[in-house]
Design a protein around this ligand. Structure first.
Ligand code: NAD
Length: 297
């Protein structure tokens, strides 16, 4: 069985690492927060003293970190870069959501040392991480993608090969920009109908089964009480934080600028979610953007 080093045991990383433990892999884990390591060890992982300690003897290294500069420092230019010490046959998988340029740079740094690196950001949120049903959007050569697919299948249901290095991050930015547009549009339409006196559940059902149907209406209704399982019905707790959506929209805007690809709807969505964050809602689920449209009580 392969040895896995897992770095970054936050809301996503911890449940992902635990699915690997459950599948029988030896998983050496590290996080800057000691309590997260303890939680993983209690579930059967092995504690590492540093990221290097987690990665040095690993066949597969997986990272799940906040942003691009964390990933670059971890592998390439930090105090103890993993690429200087990983086994020559090891493969690194970064599942953080970061900019495509950093992913490509880190991939090139790996290749120059004869190592393999795959960008594999995820979709599916904390619930998908716990259930092992994430989607992985991979950027890598076909050879490296084939090498990591079995491991990713332990943590996810849909494993996509988006293209070469960086392509996974580009697919992620495109998807989340579209999600932001769909969610804000859904909030806009529902708020108008509710103000006109319609029952939100009835209107949601009509639009869900008509030409306005979309993912937000299907599984993530933003109006409290309409869908029991949605974050809206749980005080907008859990789910996908507004802060993270704003971060992802920033990545999408950077990409649109680099490519000169117009994204007027994405820009508008970014303005809405940034305003929602500025009003103090950064830690609430992103579907709480509905409140921007509503009259104050
Ligand atoms: P998080 O903030 O909960 O976890 C990040 C973890 O990384 C923290 O535990 C932190 O201590 C650790 N960390 C930071 N720097 C480190 C270092 N140098 N060495 C070791 N550990 C370090 O974030 P999260 O929600 O788990 O998200 C992780 C990534 O996944 C982000 O890029 C995010 O955008 C992406 N993502 C999150 C979700 C979600 O719903 N939360 C969904 C899809 C993608």
């Amino acid at each position: 069985m392969l040895n896995i080093g897992f770095i970054g045991l936050g809301n996503m990383g911890l449940p992902m690492a635990l699915n690997l433990v459950k599948a029988g892999y030896t998983v050496r884990v590290f996080d800057l927060v000691a309590d997260s390591i303890t939680q993983a060890v209690d579930a059967g992982a092995v504690a590492a003293e540093s990221a290097l300690d987690a990665a040095a003897e690993a066949d597969v290294v997986i990272s799940m970190l906040p942003a691009g500069h964390h990933v670059r420092a971890l592998y390439v230019n930090g105090d103890a870069p993993l690429f200087d010490r990983m086994k020559p046959t090891a493969i690194a998988i970064d599942s953080s959501t970061i900019d495509a340029k950093t992913a490509r740079d880190v991939s090139e740094a790996a290749a120059s040392r004869g190592l393999a690196f795959v960008d594999a950001p995820v979709s599916g949120g904390t619930a998908g991480a716990a259930a092992g049903t994430l989607s992985f959007l991979c950027g890598a050569s076909a050879e490296h993608f084939n090498a990591v697919e079995p491991i990713l299948s332990v943590m996810g249901k849909n494993i996509f090969h988006a293209g070469g290095p960086g392509a996974g991050q580009i697919a992620k930015a495109c998807n989340n920009m579209l999600l932001a547009v769909l969610m804000s549009g859904t909030c806009e339409a529902l708020n108008m109908g509710i103000k006109a006196g319609l029952d939100p559940a009835v209107l949601s059902d009509i639009m869900r089964q008509s030409s306005g149907g979309n993912w937000a209406l299907n599984v993530y209704n933003p109006v409290p009480g309409v869908m029991e399982s949605a974050p809206a019905s749980k005080g907008y707790a859990g789910g996908f934080m507004t802060d993270l959506m704003v971060k992802d929209l920033g990545l999408a805007m950077d990409l649109s600028q680099q490519l000169n690809a117009p994204v007027p709807m994405g820009s508008q969505a970014r303005a809405l979610f940034s305003m929602h964050k500025a009003k103090g809602n950064g830690t609430l689920d992103f579907s709480s953007v509905l409140s921007l449209y509503q009259d104050a009580d």
